[in-house]
Design a protein around this ligand. Structure first.
Ligand code: FES
Length: 94
């Protein structure tokens, strides 16, 4: 279901089985690190690709400059430093 998550969204971390709410205006990367989840990053602006995470379910709101248009359309991965979610839940392989 596509439901623009204007008031934030929940990220489900499949490997650690955690659910973390990302408030509107915050980034997934910032929120996860604030909650003690150690995820790699470098630029923080969607340009290096270090923070790429595989998407298991949900639809990302891609805002990076790394993935091609075709890669973005496939919704198989996303840059968690700058991209958001178009669905209320986003499950990542983290
Ligand atoms: S940290 Fe560089 S693209 Fe996310």
């Amino acid at each position: 279901m596509l439901d623009v998550a204007a008031k934030g969204f929940t990220v489900i971390l499949a490997r650690s089985k955690k659910s973390i709410f990302v408030a509107d205006g915050s980034s997934i990367l910032y929120t996860l690190r604030k909650q003690g989840v150690d995820v790699p990053f470098n630029c923080g602006t969607g340009r290096c690709g270090v923070c790429e995470a595989a998407v298991l379910s949900g639809i990302p709101d891609h805002r990076d400059h790394v993935l091609s248009d075709a890669e973005k359309a496939s919704n198989q991965s996303m840059m968690i430093c700058c991209s958001g979610s178009l669905t209320s839940e986003l499950e990542l392989d983290l």
